[in-house]
Design a protein around this ligand. Sequence first.
Ligand code: FAD
Length: 372
Amino acid sequence: MSDITRLYPQLYALSERLLAAGQLAETDLDRAIDCLDHPELRSVACIGIPSRFNLWETPAFSNVSYARHLQIIEYLSRADASAMMLLPGASLSTRAILTLGNEQQQARFFACFEERPTWTFFAVTEPDVGSDAGAITSELTHGEHGWRLNGTKTLIGGAMQASAGLVFARYRHSQRLVMVFPDQTRPTLLRESLGTVGLAGAGLTRLVFKDHCVEKEDILGHERRELLQGLNALSLVFERHRPMVAAMALGTTFGLLTALDVRPLPNAARRWVARQWRKYHAVYRQMLTVAEGYSNGQHQHALTSQLKRNATRLVEDTACHLPHWLNSNDWLQDRLLRKRYRDSFAFEYMEGTSNVHLLNSFRPPVSQRVSP
Ligand SMILES: Cc1cc2nc3c(=O)[nH]c(=O)nc-3n(C[C@H](O)[C@H](O)[C@H](O)COP(=O)(O)OP(=O)(O)OC[C@H]3O[C@@H](n4cnc5c(N)ncnc54)[C@H](O)[C@@H]3O)c2cc1C
């Protein structure tokens, strides 16, 4: 297995910075964000944004392949996946804009990155709807006053500080993705920060749209055929993001197992840790296989779901054993370890729960039931 730090030795220093930011984020979010303000971290966070829109690209992190990107995410998550999620930069919505937006829409969306990397959000989940994205009730309408957006979205990552975002809304008998540019002065979009137990860096937010004005140019693929809209379009976007969730879960597993490695443990625990490492390496290899498939243009819904499920199960299983294998003082005194423990259980709920993947991964994209 390749060691990504041989290619990018600067990742050592960047992971130290993430570790510091993650600890600050527990009490002081603004200082944590300041701590993340570093040229190479900015460049890493903006991987995936095309160079023509990306002023933050550094030579070391330009033209990064998908496999390398996943390896970088995995490596940095060994330090603190939550702090990595706090970074402003590329997100699900930037991938969606690149997949579905025209050149003008892409330019308008990425304009918010001109002064500095910013946060963007991708809003699908609604209260009482959850995984069933086909049942969303947020609605885009057209009347004598123009286009309007109404509805409530919940559990939306990074939306409190975001300068731009995409909202998945019902339009007549199908769905559309709508670009939204939050503006504190407009009361038609209310944002409320949600408390979380794990992965606080995700910055989960509730959004309420009340007759929010939308420009026609901000509706993605408005003129396109139905097939390229709605759930099918969402599937395309999520497919490439799920391996990133797996990479974060894997990196967090690495952090947990390393913490066990350096402590005195009973023999049974040592054998168990060795088994978990073997599973970690197997899932890591699966991640690289998935990355290679995408680089060769393959569609691999089932394999991607399997990877995500394997990685999230591994991190949860490892975390569940932690309080039992460690002596109680060790466990109670290590705040970082307890934070990693809390983070471990949030990955399964990102990009579709395991149940939903088990039900849907073999279905063709058109009829697929997807989840953010
Ligand atoms: C860290 C984090 C970041 C997130 N970021 C975003 C974001 O940026 N944008 C966004 O839109 N959402 C985001 N989400 C929301 C996430 O995608 C939702 O948690 C997910 O859609 C699940 O929705 P829910 O909580 O309502 O659970 P539900 O979908 O209601 O599921 C509850 C339980 O029921 C099970 N279940 C559901 N349907 C079935 C079925 N048919 N058969 C069997 N079991 C079933 C599920 O597996 C789960 O165990 C984020 C969540 C987290 C934790």
